[in-house]
Design a protein around this ligand. Structure first.
Ligand SMILES: [Zn+2]
Length: 448
């Protein structure tokens, strides 16, 4: 088969069937059971005669690695996705989350967006590469991995430790970006070039224990309450990482958004107020997250019995920090927020700084060309996500990872964001095939 004779109708049907079947495999994490998804993909690759293996990091924790070999003249490319999904509240869904039901033009199920659809786009990309006999100067490796939703320790983190190849990719294409916003004259695709660091702290408060019948000033529960209030009300200083300036430049062609963004650049301290004018709530949240550190209390524990003042209690705080910020710096910031609170200590639960890939890398030009070929109104813009993906394990001085699962969102970005990890997650068949077309061209552009 040559590239001109690819029957895209057949590709759409195949991709739809595969995605529907893949969604029927329950890979809710915990416990994950990704091995079932890995075996499903293995059968497809075996059938197509594509080299592949299942790598198990632990019982039931399957990772699938498939490969189309190139000449090896250049370092390999990795197409990444994860097999596991977050839990679904079945009673809140219109169709059962593990039905893979095809309703009209859409495929429904937990993972339809995050991120089994990307796994199927990548699978079809490998199949098309094989079928069209494209000569490659790099290996194209696909990895569908375990455990992304719980931190990746049984998935990408494990592969980076145990498979040296995972530290040698030049470019990684992963989830986390690629969503296209439909605007009046252009469609703006957001490519994830970095992610904020996640710093999780436990703050422990100490006080004098005693009988609940006698009030005391040094009751640690009171210190805990004041601290949560202070963290919740805190507005961190607005900062403009370099990538945000590129983000803002990227929208200069949009008559409605550009003036708002110009105001933001002029008066960053008024960010919250200025961004009220943004036409889309999802867009506003995205931008706010990119310009300051956040501190969100999420867990509170303290006290055993109603008539006993405890000697100790704690809260846990999820902090997301911008590129350039350090863990020590965040701890100091928390100490400033809690100024005046007596007797507390801060413990690190798990902390990582932000990760970023240079948006000037040659692959970005290839992303742009592939997008414009299939969507002439396309523009590509970099952003940093507030949430973490497995890309953080792969970004190093030599590996550039981008979140780029191309998907045009008609309507609200907020509505789209709500489906990810929310109810009634689904994807249109045409979006699935659009993603395959763009990805196939990217891989050819970069590797052929
Ligand atoms: Zn995901």
């Amino acid at each position: 088969m040559d590239i001109q004779t690819i029957n895209w109708q057949d590709v759409e049907e195949k991709a739809t069937t595969y995605l529907s079947q893949y969604l029927q495999i329950n890979t809710t994490n915990p416990p994950g059971n990704e091995i079932k998804g890995a075996r499903f993909l293995k059968d497809i690759f075996d059938h197509e005669g594509i080299e592949n293996e299942i790598v198990e990091s632990g019982p039931g924790r399957g990772n699938l690695v498939a490969r189309i070999k190139g000449t090896g003249n250049k370092p390999p490319l990795l197409l990444l996705s994860h097999i596991d999904v977050v839990p679904a509240e079945e009673e809140k869904w219109t169709y059962p989350p593990f039905s893979g039901k095809i309703v009209g033009k859409e495929i429904w199920g937990r993972g339809a967006l995050d991120c089994k659809s990307l796994g199927i786009m990548e699978t079809l990309t490998l199949i098309l590469l094989k079928k069209t006999n494209v000569l490659l100067k790099r290996d194209v490796v696909m990895a569908a991995t375990a455990d992304e939703e719980k931190g990746g320790q049984s998935g990408v983190a494990w592969l980076c430790k145990n498979r040296p190849e995972f530290n040698r990719f030049e470019v990684v294409i992963n989830e986390g970006g690629g969503v296209g916003l439909v605007r009046k004259t252009k469609n703006f695709y957001l490519c994830q070039a970095g992610e904020k660091g996640a710093c999780w702290f436990r703050i422990i408060f100490k006080g004098t224990p005693g009988h609940g019948s006698i009030p005391r000033e040094d009751n640690c529960i009171l210190a805990l309450g004041r601290s949560i209030e202070a963290l919740g009300r805190y507005h961190a200083q607005i900062k403009m990482p370099q990538i945000v300036e590129r983000f803002i430049q990227g929208f200069s062609e949009d008559e409605e958004i550009a003036p708002i963004l110009r105001n933001l650049l002029k008066e960053p301290v008024r960010a919250e107020e200025i961004l009220e004018a943004m036409p889309d709530e999802g867009f506003k949240k995205l931008l706010l997250a990119m310009i300051h550190n956040t501190f969100v209390p999420t867990v509170v524990k303290g006290g055993e019995k109603v008539n006993v003042i405890p000697s100790e209690c704690y809260c846990e705080v999820d902090c997301r920090i911008l590129p350039g910020e350090t863990i020590e710096g965040v701890k100091k910031e928390i100490a400033r927020i809690l100024d005046g609170i007596p007797q507390y200590t801060i413990q690190e639960i798990q902390c990582a700084t932000a990760s970023e890939s240079d948006f000037s890398h040659e692959i970005v030009k290839i992303f742009r060309e592939a997008l414009v070929k299939h969507d002439p109104k396309a523009r590509i813009i970099p952003f940093i996500s507030s949430g973490a993906t497995d890309s953080r394990y792969l970004r190093n001085g030599k590996t550039f990872a981008f979140g780029f699962a191309p998907l045009l969102v008609e309507g609200d970005l907020a509505r789209h964001q709500d489906m990810v990890h929310g109810h009634n997650e689904r994807i249109a068949k045409k979006d699935l095939v659009f993603g395959i077309k763009v990805l196939f061209d990217i891989v050819r552009g970069y590797c052929a």
